[in-house]
Design a protein around this ligand. Structure first.
Ligand SMILES: *[C@@H]1O[C@H](CO)[C@@H](O)[C@H](O)[C@H]1NC(C)=O
Ligand SMILES: *[C@@H]1O[C@H](CO)[C@@H](O)[C@H](O)[C@H]1NC(C)=O
Ligand SMILES: *[C@@H]1O[C@H](CO)[C@@H](O)[C@H](O)[C@H]1NC(C)=O
Length: 356
């Protein structure tokens, strides 16, 4: 769902968004009908103004206009019921993520036990020929920074910047790959960077004034916070998102759409009522923001959801995830295969997301 244009963008792979998309098609045809009727009404009124002789023509024109208005009323009623159904569907969508399976894919990675901070997943809109690729970014410098991204199964290795750390180096583990570009927290800045893997160029935009960065607004559990997790980039059917905190929001989580374009820019923003230090990670699925919290060393809970269409928050989802290691440093949903990809203390783990 594209917040700026108000359109839902359908992905064939997305069962969850399918219903919403059907509704949108009906909505669009109704709007088109309304637009044409109103143009006709305008023409008829002009004719009436020109030709009104106070007698026959005037009466006939008024009759035509009356019919026109009945049609418009009819279209508006249908529009009203369609948007209402749409809202119900959207409300249902919040409940659609019911549970997640146990780990489906599990690998200890290239350097078992090393580099506990990182992220991995799949590009929801891969370039042709790269449909089945996975990407991996490990924080190879002090759990904080990285300057390369690995792509499987080509095993190619692309350098983002030869020297590390410096501007345009990846800071923090919560990155995502989208349409062949890596989105991440720029080194030492409250900014989102986008590295184009084809051109190897970095473009960026600044988050709002007061955005906390450099390990000031981290994800936390009871015992500790996860360093350099100020920004969390996410992907879903509709594109790229970012969560962060600002001083004016008192450390509550803020969600923004990342608008693609050259350069990328900040899109629509939602202010949540969850305190970031009370959560361990976030991900997006079908325009809904989900947040997790640490329950035990073996179990994480998806407890919170914000529907960006209705603005409704829920705090009691109670969806449990069995972990392979105590901490989850990155979590991202891939609409291509409906999998949740978790980077957990150097382990790469996937869960199937089940939508009712
Ligand atoms: C839309 O439908 C609802 C419920 O049927 C009704 O209360 C409301 O007045 C309608 N709105 C318009 C603009 O017709
Ligand atoms: C990367 O650069 C290429 C070449 O300019 C462009 O076609 C492509 O859209 C860019 N990708 C992104 C995600 O900006
Ligand atoms: C998922 O739900 C099923 C029943 O709905 C339950 O038996 C199972 O324990 C749940 N799994 C997790 C990991 O919460």
């Amino acid at each position: 769902w594209d917040a700026a244009s108000g359109e839902r963008q359908c992905s064939v792979s997305s069962l969850t968004c399918g219903l919403c998309c059907l509704q949108t098609v009906e909505l669009e045809s109704l709007l088109l009908g309304l637009e044409r009727r109103i143009a006709q009404l305008h023409k008829d009124v002009s004719v009436l103004e020109r030709e009104d002789d106070g007698e026959l023509y005037g009466v006939l024109s008024l009759y035509v206009i009356e019919n026109e208005m009945v049609e418009i009323r009819h279209l508006m009623d249908r529009l009203n019921s369609t948007t209402e159904t749409d809202q119900h569907l959207t409300a249902d969508a919040v409940q659609q993520l019911q549970n997640v399976t146990g780990p489906r894919v599990f690998t200890k990675g290239e350097y078992p036990g090393s580099y506990p901070y990182g992220a991995w997943g799949r590009d929801p809109e891969p370039e042709p020929g790269k449909e089945s690729w996975y990407w991996l970014v490990m924080m190879t410098s002090g759990n904080k920074f990285s300057n390369y991204i690995r792509l499987y199964s080509s095993l190619s290795n692309v350098d983002i910047h030869p020297s590390n750390p410096t501007t345009n180096t990846i800071q923090g583990p919560n990155n995502v790959l989208y349409r062949g570009a890596l989105y991440y927290n720029c080194y030492n800045q409250p900014e989102v960077c986008r590295f184009n893997l084809t051109t190897k160029k970095v473009t960026n935009f600044r988050l709002p004034e007061g955005t906390r960065y450099n390990s000031k607004g981290n994800f936390c559990q009871l015992d500790e916070c996860y360093p350099f997790t100020d920004l969390d980039l996410a992907t879903d059917e509709s594109g790229v998102w970012v969560t962060y905190t600002t001083s004016q929001d008192f450390g509550n989580l803020v969600l923004s759409k990342v608008e693609e374009g050259e350069p990328p820019r900040l899109g629509q923003t939602w202010h949540t009522s969850i305190y970031k230090q009370a959560i361990t990670n976030t991900f997006m699925a079908c325009g809904v923001l989900y947040a997790t919290r640490f329950k035990t060393k073996g179990v994480e809970e998806i407890f919170y959801a914000l529907d960006t269409v209705t603005g409704k928050e829920r705090f009691n989802l109670g969806i449990l995830m069995n972990k392979m290691a105590p901490k989850i440093q990155a979590l991202n949903y891939s609409p291509v295969d409906q999998m949740l990809h978790a980077y957990s203390d150097a382990n790469m783990v996937s869960y199937k997301a089940l939508f009712a």
